[in-house]
Design a protein around this ligand. Sequence first.
Ligand code: NAD
Length: 499
Amino acid sequence: MVRELTHFIGGEHTPGTSGALADVYDPNTGEVQARVPLASRAETEAAVADAAAAQHEWGEWNPQRRARVLLRFLQLVDGERDSLARLLSSEHGKTVADAHGDLQRGLEVVEFAAGIPHLLKGEFTDNAGTGIDVHSLRRPVGVTAGITPFNFPAMIPLWKAAPAIACGNAFILKPSERDPSVPLRLAELFLEAGLPPGILNVVNGGKEAVDTLLEDPRVQALGFVGSTPVAAHIYATAAAHGKRAQCFGGAKNHMIVMPDADLDQAVDALIGAGYGSAGERCMAISVAVPVGEATGDALVARLKERVGALRIGRSDDPEADFGPLVGREAVDRVRSYVDLGVEEGAELVVDGRGFSLPGHEGGFFAGASLFDRVTPDMRIHQEEIFGPVLSVVRAADYEEALRLPSEHPYGNGVALFTRDGDTARDFTRRVDTGMIGVNVPIPVPVAYHTFGGWKRSGFGDLNQHGPDSIRFYTRTKTVTSRWPSGAKEGASFTIPTMR
Ligand code: NAD
């Protein structure tokens, strides 16, 4: 029996009425395990109206009281981590251990947002002019929305929802239609934690729901994470409708391996960051850049052995290094990129195309592939593959290696493996990307640091996490006040200056 999922609006599970449904698969078997309703314009507008009605009162709660809801939510999630991780894994296909990490990184953002009484403190200047004080308030923006991708169905909704609601906004989450069950459960837990109904509404859907959120004047701010073409569309459309938007897109992350790097450490890092979660991470390393032919030969020899030995299994197999991809179309895309790399003349060192898991022939499994001698102009280097494929682009020297991520259209993350502090310092200052790891392969910062990609990986000026998330979800109101005895002395026709 296939479950039919709902929306979550006004604190209640709300069945879909549009008649449009999308299949939610079990990626281990390829079978449909649930159907998710796709909201129509009218259903989405009803969720916005509900959020707008609830927001004002929530925005008037004192910040400490709002923080207590977040703290209670953390406790509730803590009590069911394992079932949430299993649910996440069963729809996404990442291993249960990795699903725990997905949840944990999201909870860390909630922990950060629970500091909202401190984070919301504005600015104050005493006696900016004689008898004049200036202070600023951070006010909620109102109704906000988040549109999130399939690949982190717990972490990314919480990147957006936690700061948005902590700041006193209502938040409408439009999660990925491919793995919506964890976002729905998180919304239930927020309600149980004391969040008023309507402050976190989950609207399932696709383009129609998103376009409605983009066009509805009651939605003031939109956060998006997903692929670059959709990020660019959402950024432009939100701006055209006068909304603030932060939109994060795809990536092609390089890892530069200097001749002095600890090669064992670099290979471990590449294996985990390249193939973990089957490469379906925006911060996955998809390009290894050894510097010098000798480094390249040694690196490829070790990678070949390790990639060939990776264990691919069911997502609930505790021995599996990675599980299936999210869908059949993802398997087909990965396969066609491997075909393309061969056509483009790259050297296919490990070929994952023939992989199939015995007993799970219908599952969305893709084997691990490794390319050597990829050149910068090849499409397998220019485009995001989003699967278990690592390309080695050899660089003759450090300057050539530095140019590869700097000149790439994406600018999400990059890593450098070296033992030399001077090289690391030069690299971090000059490379043209938003996140940099020095001997750290996946440099997604802790929740209290702001981060985001550059170039085609990020649109908008404020980033996610940390202080920027509080700026994004609040508007500044600045008050200049004077209580002088001479206030009744008459009008002044010159612009006030602070003498
Ligand atoms: P996607 O762009 O297909 O979907 C993201 C969201 O947008 C989903 O909620 C989807 O329903 C919606 N959507 C899809 N097409 C739309 C359209 N035409 N109009 C309006 N809405 C639409 O992305 P995905 O496949 O779910 O996620 C993978 C992508 O996300 C990868 O490119 C990955 O690099 C990127 N990603 C980026 C970051 C980051 O921080 N930069 C983090 C995670 C994932």
